[in-house]
Ligand binder design. Structure first.
Ligand SMILES: Nc1ncnc2c1ncn2[C@@H]1O[C@H](COP(=O)(O)OP(=O)(O)OP(=O)(O)O)[C@@H](O)[C@H]1O
Ligand SMILES: [Mg+2]
Length: 509
């Protein structure tokens, strides 16, 4: 096949949902042996495009051509059989089955009994060896990190499809080393002639791995570019269709009265197996950033502070008075809010409307017997839809029909609507596009200026550096460093995260 002949092409691909034209006559092409990034704001139509390619959605109009021949995948199995495999952000495998079973599900070597199992395990081992992965394939999938699970999912998809691999936000919950590992796998597949479609909101990753990019805006094709001819600013402008507000800004630091009594004081609080006892003061108007690798104890810190995973030692005071934090209900009663990391498992109720999802925490806080008046609900929902630029035709739409990033924004609105004194945000900008990203950061700064205290967990260190008054670094379930004011730099955070365990023991705090 010549370089320019498309492996996979769409012509005039169109998909409409009630009230939304998600794809409007989109032409897209993918070559063999390239990584092609699909970019655009939240709701631009990226996921819809790949769902049409894989038969998860039926298109309204347009053609899909594989090596020049029209195809019409009816479902994802069908697409797989045609050569198109997909891996989503949430690994779609079975956690309680072994790695080998997951790899070969539905096509195990036929003979029953032990022989079959051994043959299956051998085959699974050989499959993973191609990706430089040598793990125990008899262990359950969920014994492994998300990165390994992703690679297992890729190995399965590629072994069944072998021509086109689609990755929809595969790196959203991976740390830096894991992304590097995944990218090695992706490069290997590309060099073997696969065509790879890569969706991500991390532009640095796009520049690192992609050969070409296609940009969508409001369901329409904006352009196709070689990555070499683009710089970051131009790419952002293409995605947004407008100039992004100045990225560098004065940091919100300073102005915290550290001599005043803290709003909250956590003393020796911890939970066995989750997070080692730590001391932490939270001041009025302060943003505390939490950095650390995935699984380091960041989320456990947040859960403990919110009463979601009760502490088994230590104590908490609020304005000097003892505070009981045995459950999220206690926390909410004390004016806390918590926007969790994983919108799918902890928070979004897909068949309820955007409005209902937004008022949920407020309603829970004031008790289900005292309904928030409908007029107030509408005001709140409309206000946050405007402030966070949540892309929805109206507040009554089921939230499950919004794009991933817009669901994330609605979840954030839910906690802002309760007007908390202390708000915990776990990865508030994950899956959110560059424009909305800047908005959320601006909002964090506004909130702390108005006196709210925030604890923000983020893997994006530049972001933490920009808005934090203080940064806590967590490693191996211990708070290992605390950086204040001018000492907060990405360099200092990376060093604290990476310091080898032996040395860390001596210098911890
Ligand atoms: N099942 C559905 N029912 C109704 N509308 C939908 C459905 N799926 C997507 N949409 C709408 O189609 C548009 C495109 O959504 P899509 O999920 O493709 O966006 P995206 O580019 O993947 O965004 P994100 O970056 O947030 O994941 C959005 O306006 C969304 O609300
Ligand atoms: Mg999407």
């Amino acid at each position: 096949m010549s370089e320019s002949q498309a492996l996979l092409r769409t012509e005039g691909l169109t998909k409409t949902f009630p009230g939304t034209r998600a794809l409007d006559a989109v032409d897209f092409d993918l070559r063999a042996g390239e990584v092609h990034a699909l970019l655009g704001e939240n709701g631009a139509g990226k996921s819809t495009l790949i769902k049409c390619l894989t038969g998860a959605y039926r298109r309204d109009a347009g053609e899909i051509l594989l090596e020049g021949a029209p195809i019409d995948p009816r479902d994802t199995q069908d697409a797989l059989a045609l050569g198109i495999g997909t891996v989503y952000q949430e690994v779609n495998l079975l956690p309680n089955l072994s790695v080998a079973e997951n790899l070969l599900l539905g096509r195990q070597p036929r003979r029953v009994g032990l022989v079959r199992r051994r043959a299956m395990n051998d085959r699974a081992r050989a499959m993973l060896a191609r990706y430089g992965l040598s793990i125990d394939v008899t262990r359950n999938l969920d014994a492994y990190s998300v990165a390994i699970q992703q690679i297992v999912a890729i190995a399965r998809a590629v072994s069944m499809s072998g021509r086109v691999l689609i990755l929809d936000e595969p790196t959203a919950s991976l740390d830096r080393d894991e992304v590097a590992m995944l990218f090695d796998v992706v490069r290997g597949l590309r060099d073997n002639g696969l065509g790879i479609i890569f969706i991500s909101h991390f532009l640095d990753q796009v520049f690192e791995i992609a050969d070409r990019v296609t940009v969508l805006r409001n369901g329409r094709l904006v352009g196709v570019h070689d990555i070499g001819g683009l710089d970051r600013l131009r790419l952002v402008n293409l995605m947004l269709g407008r100039e992004l507000a100045e990225e560098t800004r004065e940091t919100g630091r300073g102005g915290i009265d550290y001599d005043a009594a803290p709003r909250l004081r956590f003393s020796g609080t911890g939970r066995r197996g989750a997070i080692a006892p730590f001391d932490l003061d939270v001041h009025r108007g302060e943003v505390i950033g939490v950095a650390g690798l995935l699984g380091s104890g960041r989320t456990e810190t947040a859960e403990l502070m919110f009463g979601a995973a009760p502490m088994d030692c230590g104590s908490v005071t609020s304005e000097g008075r003892p505070l009981r934090l045995a459950s999220p209900r206690d926390a909410i009663g004390a004016g806390f809010g918590f926007s969790p990391e994983d919108r799918k498992t902890s928070g979004i109720i897909g068949d309820m409307s955007v409005r209902e999802n937004i008022v949920l925490a407020l309603q829970a806080r004031q008790g289900w017997l005292r309904r928030v008046p409908m007029r107030r609900q509408r005001e709140l929902a409309d206000d946050f839809i405007k402030r966070l630029d949540i892309r929805t035709s109206d507040a009554e739409k089921p939230i499950g029909e919004l794009s991933g990033g817009n669901q994330q924004k609605a979840l954030l609105a839910r906690w802002l609507a309760t007007n908390p004194e202390f708000l915990i945000l776990d990865e508030p900008t994950r899956g959110i596009d560059v424009g909305a990203h800047a908005e959320i950061i601006r909002m964090i700064e506004e909130l702390c200026a108005s006196g709210m205290s925030l604890l923000v967990i983020s893997a994006e260190l530049d972001e933490l550096v920009a808005y934090s008054h203080r940064v806590i670094v967590v490693r191996d379930r211990v708070h290992v460093a605390e950086l204040v004011g001018e000492a907060i730099t990405t360099d200092a955070i990376v060093k604290a995260i990476a310091r080898p365990a032996a040395e860390a023991g001596e210098n911890a705090r």
